[in-house]
Structures are given as C-alpha cells and as structure tokens.
Design a protein around this ligand. Structure first.
Ligand code: 1HN
Length: 351
C-alpha cells in the first residue's frame, strides 16, 4: 500500500490558492473518506438503561407541558457521536412520554417514524385516519409524509421508543414538518385486525395491484410473540428465531430505510449472527441477558435500548435458562440494500 501525499507535502502558496478557489485535494483525505477493509466508526456500542432514564422522562412530564413540547421525547444520543442526538449514524431513537388526557398534535414530516411501545395502556396513535391502539411490544409505522397524532385516554404514563431515519433525512437537508388540524379518526379496528389479519391472505381486491403504499400500520406484539414461539417450535437449536416485519402486499421490508424484526432468545441461548454492514439497535421487550458488541459487554434488562455500529461483531445471550427473552431489532439494512452495498460476512461471527 503506497502512503498517500499529505497536506504538508504541498506548498502553503498552493494550499491558499485552493482555499481561495473553494477546492480541496482528495488524496490527503482519501483514507478518511475510504478506509481500508472496514468503515471507521464514530458510533460506539452503547446501552441506555430504562431504569435510569424512566425517572428523567417522568420528570420531563412535570417540567414541560405537552403544549410546550409538541412531542415530549428524550433523545438517545450515542456518546461516540459527540453531541449529535442520534443512536447510530443512521438511526434516531427517542423515548416519548404522553400522560393521561394529553394529545400530541397532528403533523406530518419527511422523516419516517416507527413507534415501539414500551409501557402503558389506553393510548392511540392515529395514522392517516386509522386509529392504532398502543400496547407493550407493538410496532406502529408512521411512514414519511403521512399524518399522525397521539392521544392518551387511559390512566398512567404511556411510553414508547421512537425510531426515525432522521439522521439521513437531516443530512440530506430534506427534513421538515407540517402542522395539521386534528384528524377524523374512524372507529374501525386497524388493518392488522381486519384486512391483514393473517399472513398468506390478502383482501381479494388488492390482488395484482402493485402496492406503492403502506398497507398495514400496526404489528401487534401479542401476535408476533405467538408467531415467534411457533417458529421456535419448528426450528432446530442452531436456527435463529427471528421474524421480519414486512409490508404484506409487497413482501418487502415494512419501511424503506429502517428494518424491523423480532428476536426470541430461547432459554440459555446465545445468538451470534453474522457480521453485517448495517448498523442496528435493540429494544428489550422481555427478559434479560448480555450483549457483546465489538467486544464490549452490555447487561440488558426489560425495556433497555442498545445500539451497535455498522460492521459490528455481535452476540446476544439470554441470561435465563428457564424463560425466553424477546428483543425488537431496528437496523438500516433496507436502505443499504436499496443502495446496493448491504453485506453479511457469513464466516465472521463472535467466537
Ligand atoms: C416526531 O414527529 C415524533 O411524531 C417523535 O411522535 C419523535 C423525533 C424527531 C423529529 C420528529 C412523533 C420525533 C419526531
């Protein structure tokens, strides 16, 4: 490998002339733009402990009325990203609190958001007029530019994890938001309970219509959990128990940038997936254990959130020999696939 020329190799007179013409030589920056073998990560492996963050979120509920917040969210800022409020280079995570009687007003925006419900009962998010009840573990999509608002008609705090593709959209200087009047929500059950009730079945009039839209907004956890247990029942001990959330009309990933999947760690199981080019995060829905991300060990409990950089070596261990553990995985693989550079390094697993 030839060492490339540096800025010091160039005469000051020349560097001044480049600066005056708003140009820069590539070669001194070549290896920082394109490092050999593996990207240089700023994102570090990290765990946000729900036990620590929950009191701060509840305090936000006392300090800041919803009218002063629009969305009452504590952003999960990866310590490696030096103050940028993102969990990984391409994933935004925030923990959002809504209290009984509150409404988070209707709006739509260019970044896509997904809610992963952490705790509480009796709240709804309404997406394009479809009312989606929120229950622990549910995954609810609010795709780019679709109207959405949240309301809490139950008792007790309601908390969810917001996952957005905001780091990308802000980098593209394409992020913005429009305020709207409250929606007229229908009273019908959401489409996960009606039109898309079971995998393998579609409403007849949708056959042959190539979907270019979002068929299903809500993926109820009660059903995903049963599906994972059934998958485990038919799987060999070495097969991972992981289900991807897809658009039932296209069979493709449910969102264009971020991918969502649910993992069951069987009692005593250690899952060592292949190293992947995507970055990812996890929300612990049930159980506890240990994650090892690029050699860093993180002990996780229910409702904790973790982040892993691109190309990370990963291992997830269920701490219980009796109970399964369940995690929701959020990754940026759909975007990397669409851009043509997603990779799995099949022989490269945590030892
Ligand atoms: C947003 O609009 C929501 O609609 C949640 O609930 C989190 C984070 C950044 C920007 C917009 C919401 C958000 C957000």
């Amino acid at each position: 490998m030839t060492a490339l020329g540096t800025l010091d190799d160039l005469p000051p007179r020349y560097l001044d002339a480049l600066a005056a013409s708003s140009t820069q030589p590539l070669w001194p920056s070549m290896r920082s733009i394109l490092p050999y073998d593996r990207p240089t990560n700023r994102t570090v492996p990290h765990l946000w402990r729900y036990r620590e963050i929950r009191p701060l979120l509840m305090e936000a509920g006392e300090l800041t009325p919803i009218e002063k917040a629009e969305r009452r969210v504590l952003m999960l800022a990866n310590p490696g990203l030096q103050g940028e409020p993102f969990a990984t280079a391409s994933i935004f995570f925030g923990l959002q609190l809504i209290l009984p009687g509150e409404t988070a007003p209707n709006h739509r925006h260019s970044p896509s958001a997904v809610r992963l419900i952490v705790e509480g009962d009796g709240a709804f998010t309404t997406v394009e007029g479809e009312r989606c009840p929120m229950a622990k573990g549910d995954v609810i999509l609010t795709p780019a530019q679709l109207w959405h608002e949240h309301e809490h008609r139950g008792s007790g705090p309601m908390v969810w994890l917001d996952a957005l593709d905001a780091p990308l959209v802000t980098k593209m200087e394409a992020a913005y938001c429009i305020e709207g009047e409250p929606q007229n929500a229908g009273n019908r059950p959401d489409s996960s309970q009606t039109r898309f009730r079971r995998a393998g079945l579609l409403p007849y009039d949708r056959l042959g219509k190539v979907a270019n839209s979002y068929a299903q907004f809500r993926y109820p956890w009660t059903e995903v959990r049963v599906a994972l247990a059934d998958l485990a029942g038919g799987a060999g001990p070495a097969e991972p128990v992981q289900l991807a959330y897809i658009n039932p009309e296209t069979g493709g990933s449910c969102m264009p940038v971020l991918g969502f999947s649910a993992i069951m760690l069987r009692p005593g199981e250690t899952l060592a997936p292949p190293r992947r080019s995507s970055s990812c995060g996890f929300l612990v829905v049930e159980g506890s254990g240990e994650a090892e991300i690029d050699g860093k060990t993180l002990s996780f409990e229910e409702n904790d959130v973790m982040a892993a950089p691109t190309h990370a070596t990963l291992r997830l261990r269920n701490g219980s020999s009796r109970e399964p553990a369940f995690l929701l995985q959020i990754d940026d693989a759909p975007m990397q696939r669409a851009l043509g550079f997603y990779e799995e390094f099949a022989d490269d697993r945590a030892a």
